[in-house]
Design a protein around this ligand. Sequence first.
Ligand SMILES: O=C(O)CCC(=O)C(=O)O
Ligand SMILES: [Fe+2]
Length: 228
Amino acid sequence: MILSLSLCVPGCTPRKCGRGVTDAVITREEAERIRRIAERGLSLGGSDGGASILDLHSGALSLGKHFVNLYRYFGDKIQDIFTEEDFALYRDVRQRIQQKIAQAFGINSASMYLTKPTFFSRINNTEAKTTHDEYWHPHVDKVTYGSFDYTSLLYLSDYTEDFGGGRFVFMDAGSNKTIEPRAGRVSFFTSGSENLHRVEKVHWGTRYAITISFTCNPDHGIGDPVLM
Ligand SMILES: O=C(O)CCC(=O)C(=O)O
Ligand SMILES: [Fe+2]
């Protein structure tokens, strides 16, 4: 009798769940370069509330209470905003994080695929205006985003230096575990219910991060963002 049906992709689907954090994959200088890309892109829009995103794959950019498509809106002019080097840096960083996750979980990095959404986030202490601004709710990424099997977060600014509050919290039974964002710090974890988490409210300053996630299902894979 078949008790459960699930897609099994040998070599990627998490067999062991877990999490890791490293400051050794991305340098602070690289994180600063990526933060400048995030600042440039997000300066073209911004949510009325405290949480803005720029989705590099779809081009979705927070604007007021809604989203616009940066790529459609700017057309060819997008080349005045982002350069080929920006996208090359994203690819390089994405590859190194993918390899780190593969190594940490003992899986084959070639059986992991980048998945969407892949986005910059900018958070400040402005009061939320829509539910999109409510970044602090506990959630499971696989439930929120569907295709995620492995989540990674690359932090682009420093807790206590650039902003207060805004720590990442794994909500474990018994004791929570907190990650303090720091430019160049990569936090990665399996995206299921074993890693329920939330982000503390940012009390002051501006917090930048980028979410880069992977799926084991090639049908949910996307290519690296490209300059259109
Ligand atoms: O920015 C963070 O630290 C986490 C964000 C998050 O949980 C998410 O985007 O799903
Ligand atoms: Fe999350």
